[in-house]
Ligand binder design. Structure first.
Ligand SMILES: Nc1ncnc2c1ncn2[C@@H]1O[C@H](COP(=O)(O)OP(=O)(O)OP(=O)(O)O)[C@@H](O)[C@H]1O
Ligand SMILES: [Mg+2]
Length: 463
């Protein structure tokens, strides 16, 4: 490798000079800056391999410089030099992405060790960067609704612990994503995340899948199999669709949770396992318990930290963010030119009631990216069903004059939307004849007019 180029940003000339001597003696190329501003332009011009950055400087301070360096080049390694007793600043710098910090006054050896480590890490990071970035984007949780924020907060609380987590929510809301996010942010993140879909495995195979078996333990067991619990040792096991386990399997899983050990089928030997369990279900387990289909003791073991992931219909404000995210993502994924999406199309997608939740929305956007020939996705490109249901005036004035109780936050909002839906339905029934409608619903014509204005109802807005 060519000589590594180190940019030193420090307002003290004496420190710059001494670092220049040390670094050049060790064969590094030295670039010095006396202010944050100068440092930023040198970082841009000289493309250093690493930055040594003083925190306390007049003018633009080190933390701000660090922020800007990060936005210029997120992988440039930065080692922060902090004054004596400013350890809290150093901690903050590390949070902002500094790779190491050195306290003043420092010995040149300390600097050199830190540089070498940082450069090594930087190199490694460069190699992993594209790979990792792809993984991260794939596992990002998008959304800033109150509902999703609550989920994220719960994920944050659950992640560093070993507690069992039970994730509950409709199909396609992101339960698996939540489970993976917890694992990735846990102390076990370097160990395995083993997923078992309890609904997809036939009853007679699930036990051997979970706990393993010895060769010859049953007809067809021609080879020994290591169970998922053993595979997940030191890591996390994700029991997906846990509500679909048979009573017998439930009993065995409960035992693993209680004793921390498994037994392979056909073996009397118990094997200690250290596994964190995350479970998910779209069933209402309390109901299942009442019906005698799910063990209550297992439920309590699993639901140490319960996390409910709300349906997309309960958090429509997340839809525009998700749509934009997936437009970018699938444009890249499919190597098509980055497409844009018209605001009107986003609005229509936001009004649609996504029964299949994020998964359905995601699939719809992927199809749009592939099928739309132009650069911009417009309302006319949307699937018929999305277009027609969103034309119906925003609320669910479709086939049944129902109303969207999940979207109405307050009683007032609910009443309003119910009233609006009712009026539209009656007006339609009567061919938009106002006098006739007023008579039939037994309200003065003037009142009906007032309502039409209040709710902005007109025949034109009714698709
Ligand atoms: N908040 C989110 N941000 C970005 N992508 C999301 C989000 N929530 C879910 N997804 C994506 O939606 C798809 C469905 O999510 P996931 O598989 O986690 O749902 P699930 O609740 O496990 O569904 P099921 O019950 O059907 O198994 C995945 O591709 C996932 O990456
Ligand atoms: Mg799932």
């Amino acid at each position: 490798m060519a000589r590594a180029r180190i940019l030193v940003i420090d307002d003290e000339a004496a420190i710059r000079d001494s670092l220049r001597m040390t670094l050049e003696y060790e064969g590094y190329e030295f670039v010095g800056a006396a202010t944050g501003q100068e440092g930023l332009s040198l970082a841009d011009r000289e493309a250093p391999d690493l930055v040594l950055l003083d925190v306390k400087m007049p003018g633009m301070d080190g933390l701000e410089v660090l922020d800007r360096l990060r936005s210029m080049n997120e992988t440039l390694p930065v080692v922060v030099i902090s004054g004596h007793g400013t350890i809290s600043t150093a901690v903050e710098a590390t949070k902002k992405g500094a790779i190491d910090f050195i306290e003043k006054p420092f010995a040149s050896d300390r600097v050199l060790v830190s540089l070498r480590n940082a450069l090594d890490q930087g190199r490694l990071r460069d190699e992993n960067r594209s790979l990792k970035k792809a993984v991260e984007v794939r596992h990002q949780m998008i959304g800033d609704s109150a509902g999703l924020k609550q989920v994220m907060a719960a994920v944050g609380r659950a992640a560093p612990t070993n507690a069992t987590v039970l994730i509950h929510g409709e199909s396609g809301v992101g339960k698996e994503l939540v489970a993976r996010t917890i694992h990735r942010n846990s102390l076990r993140s370097r160990e395995r995340f083993v997923q078992v879909n309890c609904a997809a495995i036939p009853e007679e195979l699930i036990e051997s899948e979970l706990f393993g078996h010895e060769k010859g333990s049953f007809t067809g067991a021609t080879e020994k199999q290591v169970g998922k619990f053993e595979q997940a040792d030191r890591g996390t096991i994700f029991l997906d669709e846990v509500g679909d386990m048979s009573a017998k399997t439930q009993a065995k899983v409960l035992r693993v949770l209680q004793e921390g050990e498994v037994e392979r089928l056909g073996s009397a030997r118990t094997i200690k396992v250290d596994v964190r369990v995350i479970a998910a279900t779209n069933k209402n387990l309390e109901e299942e318990i009442e019906k005698g289909r799910f063990r209550e003791d297992l439920y309590f073991r699993l639901a140490v930290i319960p996390i409910y992931v709300p349906s997309l219909r309960e958090r429509p404000e997340d839809i525009p963010l998700l749509v934009r995210h997936y437009v970018d993502y699938f444009s890249r994924e499919n190597n098509v030119r980055q497409k844009r999406i018209a605001q009107a199309a986003i609005d229509a997608l936001q009004r649609y009631r996504w029964k299949g939740n994020v998964r359905e929305l995601r699939n719809t956007v992927e199809r749009l990216i592939i099928m739309t020939t132009g650069d911009t996705i417009d309302t006319s490109d949307l699937p018929e069903i999305v277009r027609s249901s969103s034309l119906a005036g925003g609320s669910t004035v479709g086939a049944a004059p129902g109303t969207d109780s999940s979207r109405a936050g307050t009683l007032r909002e609910f009443k309003d939307s119910a009233e609006r839906a009712y009026l539209v339905a009656k007006l339609r029934e009567n061919g938009w004849n106002i006098s006739k409608t007023a008579e039939i619903i037994d309200t003065p014509r003037s009142n009906l007019y007032k309502k039409l204005e209040q709710y902005q109802i007109s025949q034109e807005t009714d698709g």
